[in-house]
Write a protein that binds this ligand. Structure first.
Ligand SMILES: C[S@@+](CC[C@H](N)C(=O)[O-])C[C@H]1O[C@@H](n2cnc3c(N)ncnc32)[C@H](O)[C@@H]1O
Length: 287
């Protein structure tokens, strides 16, 4: 949908490579539940969801009896999506919609919310220190923050022959050129998605003034499982980068593509690779 902004276009459509969205939604539902469990939300409380997207956490909080939910995001299109959904569900009078960046929540009054949540948003925020300072500022004393972030610095290729989850020894020069399409959009030494780990999250929470901080890190190194080649090519890891298929197309000449695909496709279809992932859940109480 060309008329939607970048974030809405990716979140509502391009992030789903397969027609069947249920596996992705089930995975996200488990994260939502854990973020809300960790937040210790009580009935009637006010929750601010920063980078609300299409409302995964915010509507989950409504289901758990939040008194009020403030949906905030940098995407007006996504806020409009949440607003329409809230109206359809008859929840509009318990919702507020605020166009704001995580590192500048000036439109939210100080000490006005009981809980701040966020999922996979700090990975897009350069000034994470300021974001944590804003979370602390808008929370009432005794309020809680609960967040989930992927630690993508852990998932970086372990050696030059790796393309995503697959090892292609002997094709390093081609792999490097495909990888450079992504690195151009997300320079590894400065992109906000790659410039932090779980220890930084704890440090940032502590610096902002939070006490009783808990962080749970889950690391997995596992087989990606068999995937359809078409679905693999359509995968768009995040809104800042092209699909894997487009990156291969852009980086390589036709004969090089043929060579790479001849080796990569069987690995993808047979699930012969290794995925490295790390995710962190952090929760903390304000002073
Ligand atoms: C991966 S999506 C997650 C959406 C939602 N939290 C969820 O769990 O489905 C990232 C969201 O962060 C928003 N976003 C990007 N940069 C942001 C920023 N600087 N401040 C606040 N939100 C931001 C995007 O518009 C998008 O909705």
């Amino acid at each position: 949908m060309g008329t939607r902004d970048l974030w809405a276009d990716w979140l509502l459509a391009r992030r789903f490579p397969d027609e069947d969205r249920r596996p992705v939604l089930a995975y996200l539902g488990r994260i939502r539940d854990k973020v809300l469990d960790n937040a210790g939300l009580l009935g009637g409380e006010t929750l601010l969801d920063v980078g609300c997207g299409d409302g995964l956490i915010g509507f989950g909080a409504m289901d758990r009896g939040a008194g009020k939910v403030v949906f905030s995001d940098v995407s007006q299109d996504l806020l409009d999506t949440c607003e329409s959904a809230a109206s359809e569900l008859g929840l509009a009078d318990r919702c507020r919609f605020a166009l704001a960046s995580a590192d500048d929540l000036a439109v939210i009054e100080s000490r006005s919310v009981d809980v701040v949540t966020t999922r996979s948003v700090l990975i897009y925020v350069k000034d994470k220190e300021q974001a944590f300072a804003e979370f602390y500022r808008v929370l009432r004393p005794g309020g809680r923050v609960s967040l989930f972030e992927p630690i993508n610095s852990f998932s970086r290729p372990v050696s030059p022959g790796w393309l995503w989850a697959y090892e292609l020894p002997g094709l390093e020069p081609l792999v490097e050129r495909v990888g450079s399409v992504f690195e151009r959009n997300q320079p590894p030494d400065s992109d906000p998605m790659l410039d932090f780990d779980e220890r930084d999250l704890v440090r940032l929470a502590e610096q902002a003034g939070f006490g009783e901080i808990q962080l749970q890190l889950t690391i997995e190194v596992k087989s990606p499982g068999p995937r359809s080649w078409e679905s693999f090519l359509r995968t768009v890891p995040n809104p800042k980068v092209p699909s894997l298929g487009d990156a291969i197309e852009e980086a390589l000449e036709p004969h090089e593509r043929e060579e790479l695909i001849g080796r990569l496709r069987p690995l993808v279809e047979q699930g012969r690779g290794r995925v490295r992932s790390a995710v962190a859940y952090l929760s903390a109480t304000s002073g």
